[in-house]
Ligand binder design. Structure first.
Ligand code: PMP
Length: 624
């Protein structure tokens, strides 16, 4: 309340006004006290929709009746964040219909000399604005509400409503500006309704940028592991791996703001941030990964990785994993079977070779086969032999170190070591796409390639690297970097700029200080256990796999045939969204629930999520 008071009254001072307006029908996220909650959990609905008009002014400012009437009720609602001293006047329309006006957060002496039934003239002073200490602990203001039917609630009539009941409460409490008549332009409501936002999106943004969920979400705020929609509803973010250290982490935000205010320019001038960041980043990697290139998106980084490999090997062909996605540029779509074999795709280019996903649940070699890693690696050796027998050469094998789009896959032990051996024997380079899994998410290791005990020639980083600020990197060996330094300049206008590197450094600081890798290991392990327990009662859950906070829950209609439960997965994800949990699906059949929350996820978040999933899996449409 103190901070809010400061903010409001300094804004009023700056604008030179004596009265500040808090709007009717406005969604406010700060109604988070138990008084406003529908249940004990942060994902439960809170009463966020303001049914009155707030007039902020100094305590003691007089409050005068806008209409004639009689005193209907008054009370002192002393609970914290309640109305404090409150008065209700009764009025009548021209045809005798009664209606009411409510005045909340008054001074204590406002209600000492009133009597129920007392006549009040239009313009008559009925009291004054109360102090914070007695008005329910709110910034000093009058809460004015118009009420058509008091529902016998009198001075307990709610001043805020659940968004899910918005229309009915607005019909009981219409806009009080009907009697106050503040000119529209003073209300300065520039917010777009969700319908307007959607219409603008449909008109001006390319249609194949899809919108998540059957009921699209409009997200207006992020904080730690929560996202908030335009009604102030909190969603537990179980899905987004980009806000690695939590949405809008203040440390990261401050680093960006401070550097932005000082300097942001290109990297052809010397600046400490890029060097400092390159040192910190490579310090987290094994030798000889010591040379960095900075870019703005993982697509740019993967593009550059391919250029490095092709320049170094003087070869062109690329081996990729089936269902992989590496980015949205022309060349990256060409190496992404998820795209080129999907809707609108143009098929596989002759220089691209698809290796099977080493999926030890659904693939040819199963988890029980201790040799599965080596056997899947054989298929890469066979592709290499084919490439060579057609007189071509291998530039690189590229794969996510734990495929995400491919279905939240954990490689069988020994797979990458064996693959990299084959690739190197053929003169090719290994590219590890760590875009989704890097930076401690896996808990046991900082990088995905470490879980396979290998050191790639080129590592590609993106997404979480800047906690949602545009930043990406390619890290490679001095040898590969030397081949690439062939006279043609490499330059990315924004890549490695001082703001991006300040952000990158802040993310690493927070990861360390808040022990987030350890948290990912502990909370992730706990969540995997809870999700595996669901398999006992829910035959639909065929497999739960993952490391740390990178988890896949594969839904199948039959645990023997592994028939994918695609529609069921879509149902579950949409129901989770309705109940306050954000997840998504992935894998070639879109039947795998993708769980990759910010690393500040807690055990109680894990409890809350797994019990919500348990309930939804018990619902009729997905019971088998
Ligand atoms: N690689 C992987 C594994 C990805 O998941 C993505 C994005 N989903 C990319 C690369 C491309 O990243 P960006 O959208 O930042 O270009």
């Amino acid at each position: 309340p103190d901070a809010l008071t400061d903010m409001l009254f300094s804004a009023m001072k700056e604008e030179g006004v004596q009265v500040g307006i808090g709007r009717y029908d406005e969604a406010r996220m700060f109604y988070r006290a138990p008084l406003y909650a529908s249940g004990p959990h942060p994902t439960d609905e809170f009463r966020t929709i303001h049914l009155g008009l707030d007039l902020f002014a100094e305590p003691g400012t007089g409050v005068h009746a806008p209409l004639e009437g009689t005193v209907h009720a008054f009370a002192n609602n002393t609970g914290r964040l309640d109305y404090g001293p409150v008065v209700i006047l009764r009025h009548a329309t021209d045809d005798g219909q009664p209606f009411f006006t409510l005045y909340g957060h008054l001074s204590t002496d406002s209600i000492t000399s009133l009597a129920v039934g007392q006549r009040i003239e239009r313009g008559q002073r009925i009291g004054s604005i109360g102090e914070m200490t007695t008005n329910g602990e709110w910034p000093p203001h009058l809460h004015l509400q118009l009420i058509t039917d008091l529902l016998e609630l009198d001075t307990d009539f709610p001043g805020v409503a659940f968004a899910s009941q918005r229309d009915v409460w607005k019909s009981l409490s219409p806009d009080p500006n009907a009697i106050v008549r503040i000119p529209e332009e003073r209300l300065r409501n520039t917010e777009l309704s969700k319908a307007e936002t959607l219409a603008i999106r449909r008109a001006h943004i390319g249609g194949n940028l899809s919108i998540s969920y059957n009921k699209p979400l409009k997200i207006v705020r992020g904080w730690r592991q929560y996202l908030y929609d335009e009604t102030g509803r909190a969603f537990l973010d179980v899905f987004n791996n980009v806000p690695l250290v939590g949405h809008s982490h203040p440390r990261v935000v401050k680093a960006a703001q401070q550097q932005m205010a000082l300097l942001n320019t290109n990297t052809r001038y010397l600046h400490d941030n890029i060097g400092r960041y390159a040192m910190r980043l490579t310090g987290l990697m094994p030798e000889p990964l010591r040379v960095c290139y900075f870019l703005n998106s993982a697509s740019e980084a993967n593009e550059l990785a391919l250029r490095l490999a092709r320049t170094h090997t003087r070869q062109h062909d690329i081996i990729v994993l089936d269902n992989a996605y590496h980015g949205h540029t022309t060349t990256l779509v060409d190496i992404s079977p998820f795209k080129f074999n999907g809707p609108g795709g143009e098929g596989c280019k002759p220089w691209v070779h698809i290796a099977p996903v080493p999926d030890d649940y659904r693939g040819q070699f199963k988890r029980s086969d201790l040799e599965a890693g080596r056997k899947y690696a054989r298929s890469v050796a066979e592709l290499i032999a084919q490439i060579q027998s057609s007189g071509k050469g291998l530039a690189a094998y590229i794969a996510e170190t734990l495929p995400s789009v491919g279905g939240q896959i954990v490689f069988p032990a020994g797979y990458l070591a064996e693959v990299y051996k084959h690739v190197h024997a053929a003169g090719g380079l290994s590219i590890a796409d760590e875009v989704q899994v890097g930076f401690g998410r896996l808990g046991t290791h900082f990088w995905g390639f470490q879980t396979q005990n290998v050191v790639p020639d080129i590592v590609v980083l993106g997404k979480p690297i800047g906690n949602a600020f545009p930043l990406a990197a390619v890290v490679t060996t001095p040898k590969v970097a030397a081949s690439f330094d062939n006279g043609m300049e490499f330059f990315s206008t924004f890549g490695g700029n001082p703001v991006a590197c300040a952000v990158g450094l802040a993310v690493l600081d927070v990861l360390e200080e808040e022990n987030l890798q350890t948290n990912a290991r502990d909370v992730g392990g706990y969540l995997i256990k809870k999700l595996r327990a669901l398999m006992e009662h829910h035959p639909l859950v065929g497999d739960v796999r993952g490391l740390g906070l990178f988890i896949g829950v594969e839904l199948v209609r039959d645990r023997v045939t592994l028939e994918p439960a695609t529609e069921e997965a879509s149902y579950v994800v949409n129901r989770l969204r309705e109940t306050g949990f954000l997840t998504g699906t992935d894998g070639p059949y879109k039947n795998i629930l993708k769980i990759r929350p910010p690393l500040c996820f807690t055990k109680s978040d894990a409890d809350l999520f797994s019990s919500a999933l348990d309930e939804i899996l018990s619902e009729n449409p997905v019971r088998i």
